[in-house]
Ligand binder design. Sequence first.
Ligand code: ADP
Ligand code: MG
Length: 567
Amino acid sequence: MSSQVHEFHAEARQLLDLVVHSIYSNKDSFLRELISNSSDALDKLRLASLRDSDLDSDVSDLHVRLTPDAQARTLTVADNGIGMSREDVVDLIGTVAKSGTAKMRQALAEAGDAGASEELIGQFGIGFYSAFMVAERVTMVTRKAGESVGTRWESTGDGTYTVDEAPDAAPGTAITLSLKPADADNALHDYADPQVLRGLVKKYSDFIAWPIRMSETVEVPADEDGGEPTVEQVDATLNSQKALWAKSKDEVSAEEYAEFYRHLSHNWDEPLETISLHAEGTFEYQALMFLPSQPPLDMFARERSGGLHLYVRRVFITDDGAELLPEYLRFVQGVVDANDLSLNVSRELLQQDRQIRAIRRRLVKKVIGTVQELQDRRPDDYASFWTNFGQVFKEGLVNDPDNFQAILKASVFESTRESDQPTTLADYVERCPAEQKVIYYMTGETRQQIERSPHLEGFRAKGIEVLLLSDPVDEVWTSSMPEYDGRQFVSVAKGEAALDDDADAETDGADRDAEFADLMAWLTEVLEADVSQTRLTKRLTDSAACLVGDTFSMSPQLEKLYRASGQ
Ligand code: ADP
Ligand code: MG
């Protein structure tokens, strides 16, 4: 196939425009993005060669290489990883291949000024395109493992790119940046300077598992026989390649953890909390997990991959470790490195593996425990966690019966109490009067809708706190009539709940019954077809009547939910 000029997809063009013209201050981060992509490509090639013995690729010396050229003012970042086919290049590079595209586009459209777009870059991360922050032209030569012909891609970031055949391309990917003129007053950002590159790798990419090499000039001193001092080119490895998950928490700085988190998650935020776990005994493994401080763009997308990355004895196996954590913890990012799994373990085997199941049980407990600790010790961080992930976390109340109580404890709930902060159940129980032995709640679609309900009138009048539950899952877990701390959850919209049988009802109860007997008889007759019973109640103060369900019946919301799902 011959040379072709392509246009970037609209949203990619928009993004590129922003990148090229942005004044985003952290231009250095382009290097970690390119190295991160190379590292992924090397992981993929090693894995492919493990899985497919016919794949004729040399995996004996997988590495990344940086080649700066001060005269030509170029920098090449190359790897001998999996590479890309021509189609890959067009699909992956010509479009914004990430799942958050729609949201990103919307955010771009809303971001008018430069300041806002700068923030956007920080928020979303721009991967490969970040090269255009520092380069006026980017040339990529790549050849996919198993293919004989390579592809050459080139663009100045102005809306179009060219794609050509590259018959003699080496396996893997080489990306050459024609650097913009260096800031005269800031030599620290001269990306053709080996010392600058060395510093950036140390800062952002030290933990990368593959060697990042660069040829450096060193002076060899004169030897004893009176020879002249000479200058030699030697290959240096710039990163320490240490697996952070194998280290104990006090050996690693917060900044190192943060960089690793960004590399893993492809997010750009800081981790809210870092969880490190070293298990010994029957199954040996190390885990390093992060709670993000920002929700990912695709948290509610059904087909999103993600979860933990699985390694076996330092060898990357998969970044779709869906088996390692349940869905309701899908916001957790991290790595599990298991000692005793086979490198060939397939997805199907993973699902059945006893070891994986044991690891999963332990990780789940650890994550819930960590959320609980946040709640106890860092209220502000907990509040932000809850805003971002609470709704997802609560899915566990429905899907993980084994950990129901722990999840309940680590959750918070809106209530009729005067406060803009939701309450823990422990605090609810502490506030409620000694004689109240149950936890009152009401479900509905929104807090506002619940608050308008006549069912709450009597409780409000008596100052009894009621939980206001408006997440879809609330309907489901409450319907199994759970307990917390020995106290049953009781719906104020169901059955005898509540106020009818309390102390002062007894004194005038009989009089009241007599007074309203005729009315009740008439109502029962008229409504016979529609309701199973009519009752006098004290639960209302302003409204004349309300409908309640049986203690054991479904709430209207749950009925709706079931109807919607076709049951
Ligand atoms: P992300 O890394 O978050 O997927 P990028 O913009 O950094 O997004 O990269 C887009 C895609 O391009 C990658 O997912 C990968 O498939 C492909 N890619 C980028 N760099 C390389 C590389 N060096 N080798 C192979 N594929 C690459
Ligand atoms: Mg990337």
